[in-house]
Design a protein around this ligand. Sequence first.
Ligand code: FAD
Length: 376
Amino acid sequence: MAQFDIAVIGLGAMGSAALATLARRGVRAVGIEQFKPAHDKGSSHGETRIIRLGYFEHPSYVPLLRRAYELWRELEAETGQRLMRITGIVEIGPPDSAVVSGTLAASQQHALPHEVMDAAETMRRFPAFRLPEHYVGVFQPDGGTLAVEDATFAQFDSTQRHPNVEPRLFERVSSVTPRSGHVRIETEHTTIEAGIAIVTAGAWLPKLLPSLPVRLRVTREVQAWFKPIDPAPFADGKFPVFLLENRHGQHYGFPPNAQGLLKIAKHHHANETIDPDEGARAVDTDDEALIRPALADHIPAANGALAAAKTCLYTMTPDGHFIIDRLPGAENIIVASPCSGHGFKFAPVIGEILSDLATTGVTRHDISRFSLARFG
Ligand SMILES: Cc1cc2nc3c(=O)[nH]c(=O)nc-3n(C[C@H](O)[C@H](O)[C@H](O)COP(=O)(O)OP(=O)(O)OC[C@H]3O[C@@H](n4cnc5c(N)ncnc54)[C@H](O)[C@@H]3O)c2cc1C
């Protein structure tokens, strides 16, 4: 039976980051993934992800974000690849909306650079937007995008330079069982014994660890690429990454890609629960209908032909915050479920935290918000 100090189960964004950190630290580890690295069946695909510093979800994420920015830059230096693009981000909505009030709270508490603009100033600066008079725009210069597949692959690939790490691809784990002093991992091909298991299975986590004492919900999300009717207001520098809380929901989007297409989506799309193994049904006109009204009202020049669309999965906790903790009753199983629709930007710092917990039992990062105990 193969034996390792640490096993990482699921090599998506978080698992690859954890394995990369363990690899650099010289730990004897195995990483097991059911598909290929940077595949498109989970939560880490679709060209881009947003990174931002003033975090509307809660100010306590800011120190983790500072470290994440540092670690993304280190990964860029290590791989010679450009993975992060700083474009600035504008977060728009009524003054009491979550994105505006939350971003301001985090930015003020942590003294982060930001500008507050009324609707007229936001539209002057970013002419693609049409906004009601009472809306506010908060601009953060540090916001930007991450190349999601390239960044996930780069983390996985960096482990290849370390002989202490063994990746096993196209191998599905069927069970993870705590035993005294170790964890027994059954895959479809073999049995593995590890001192500690880090389970980063994303949307498959509820299936793999049914004893997890919280109900996670896997939802079908849609990312859509539109051809602008008029490309002029999207020219360089005129259209940063944005979050827009409006009467149709919370929409977000990106500057034009290399093909001149705008990726725009609705956070929590139809809020539809699905089984990750059944695959998400194809994108249809009902999906478009959840995005177009926001474009018609607020970014009319973006409301052109649909050029492409892809589904993706969120794994939602009940409160939208992450889980990073030991499995109750099984101290040698560490669980990380940092999705809830906003985890990607944190991947390298979460990899660092998981590696800390697995190798030393503690981490210098404050992860108290992510404990399983909060669910009772
Ligand atoms: C449409 C969309 C937009 C998003 N936008 C943003 C954004 O702008 N900014 C941001 O920060 N975050 C964003 N997120 C969230 C972010 O992408 C996720 O938090 C992150 O990608 C989750 O990574 P993960 O490693 O947990 O999951 P995944 O990357 O899906 O990895 C889980 C891995 O585990 C493997 N696995 C599962 N079960 C097994 C098994 N039994 N055996 C072997 N392998 C297994 C899977 O195949 C998969 O590769 C978005 C998510 C979506 C879907």
